[in-house]
Design a protein around this ligand. Structure first.
Ligand SMILES: [Zn+2]
Length: 407
């Protein structure tokens, strides 16, 4: 990937507006991006967060953060223009929102980022917004199902797991899931790893096409799927490098490695050579005609190495969602020589345990002991039908009957 020299200098000088990069790049100023030191997650974690702000104008700023599966907090700053640009880029690919669309956003609105990108995309498309944030006690699962039904929602945007949980809630309640699916024309998912197998599973569950967005708090939305289901990034927005795990050697097209990404337009808190800890591979061709395909294989921390065989979380997820009977919830615990799969089905009737066990054993070398457990409660489905909503305080209450007599 070639970088335009003038643009590169502009990006570096923007980064130098922050106290963090001013100090970090003291002896590197105006070098090319490839010569700059890496920026790591742990390095950012030890800073006064405001030191990473690279916007010098008086533009309004958003602060966002998330705690990934690694438990390490991620954070970043976005200007209003950053939010607008991210939304534009999302709309420029497979995510076509129309004025007639009713878009329900189930991404959390609290601190996290994607809800705000989709909200802006809805504004740009002139569509209708239904903010139904997840992880709160106002928009419960039954409430969201009733909104999907009553308001005839056409586009859903949220974590993929939310779609699995909503489908499960629909089974447990008298929701009109058939009508909900009939109205739905697009599911936009992000925030978790989504392999082709999981995408297909969700598409079947909802009888609706899925589009995936790949991004992270520090960099915004990096890539969006095209009509062929491949994630594309715009080389004008991101400079993507792929390195080996020691961050010494650069990988070539098609080879797996750690994604090191520089944001080329982000105003709020530009990142230079940010080590994402995600394992990716880059491809330069796609049937859609566009270049810059990024294939995401999972987090480095979740990579498993057994007897010289390497499994990324995408491999494990693909084999779970490739099962004839996909479990409602699953977990893999592993040591160097033992894999323990915990699978939860809502009903064990009709589940062929032996078929599942032999399918999973076949996926790994015989030196690895594969245990499969069906009895562990991984997710309490009773929580899905809870309808206790968080209420505003009530200061004055009128009570029927005569109060005076009682006192
Ligand atoms: Zn494509």
């Amino acid at each position: 990937m070639e970088l335009d020299g003038a643009k590169e200098r502009a990006v570096i000088s923007r980064a130098l507006q922050s106290a963090f990069y001013k100090e970090k790049l003291k002896s590197h100023a105006m070098a090319s991006i490839q010569e700059l030191p890496f920026t790591s997650k742990s390095e950012l974690g030890g800073l006064d967060k405001k030191e990473t702000i690279t916007s010098t104008s008086r533009k309004s700023l958003h602060y966002h953060e998330s705690s990934g599966s690694s438990g390490q907090e991620s954070y970043a700053w976005y200007t209003r223009d950053d939010i607008i640009a991210n939304a534009k880029s999302i709309l420029s690919r497979g995510i076509n929102l129309e004025q007639s669309d009713y878009v329900l956003i189930r991404f959390p609105f609290s601190l996290s980022l994607p809800a705000y990108f989709i909200q802006e995309a809805v504004y740009q498309a002139g569509a209708t917004l239904i903010p139904a944030s997840s992880r709160n006690t106002i928009a419960t699962y039954p409430k969201v199902l009733s909104l999907l039904d009553e308001l005839e929602i056409t586009v859903f945007a949220g974590l993929p797991r939310e779609l699995e949980l909503l489908a499960e809630t629909a089974k447990m309640t008298n929701a009109n899931f058939a009508k909900i699916k009939r109205n739905m024309k697009l599911l936009v998912i992000s925030g978790e790893l989504v392999t082709e197998k999981r995408k297909q599973y969700i598409e079947q569950l909802w009888e609706t096409p899925v589009q995936v967005m790949y991004g992270m708090t520090e960099l915004g939305n990096i890539a969006t799927t095209c009509e062929f289901g491949y994630l594309h990034f715009d080389a004008n927005d991101f400079y993507v490098e792929v390195f080996d795990f020691e961050l010494q050697e650069q990988k070539t097209f098609g080879e797996k490695g750690i994604a090191v990404i520089s944001s080329l337009y982000q105003e709020g808190s530009t990142k230079l050579r940010f080590v994402t800890n995600d394992i990716v591979s880059i491809h330069d061709q796609c049937s859609c005609g566009a270049t810059n395909v990024i294939d995401v294989h999972g987090r480095m921390s979740e990579r498993i190495n057994v007897d010289g065989n390497v499994y990324d979380s995408a491999d494990i997820q693909s084999l779970i969602y490739g099962m004839r009977q996909v479990p409602f919830a699953w977990k893999l615990e592993c040591t160097d020589e033992k894999f323990m799969f915990y699978l939860q089905y809502e009903d064990m009737n009709g589940i062929d345990e032996q078929e599942i066990i032999s399918y999973l054993k076949k996926q790994f070398p015989s030196s690895v002991q594969v245990d499969v457990h069906f009895d562990k409660l991984l997710f309490d489905t009773n929580t899905l039908t809870e309808t206790t909503v968080s209420m505003k305080p009530k200061y004055i209450e009128k009570i029927e009957g005569k109060l005076a007599q009682a006192t």
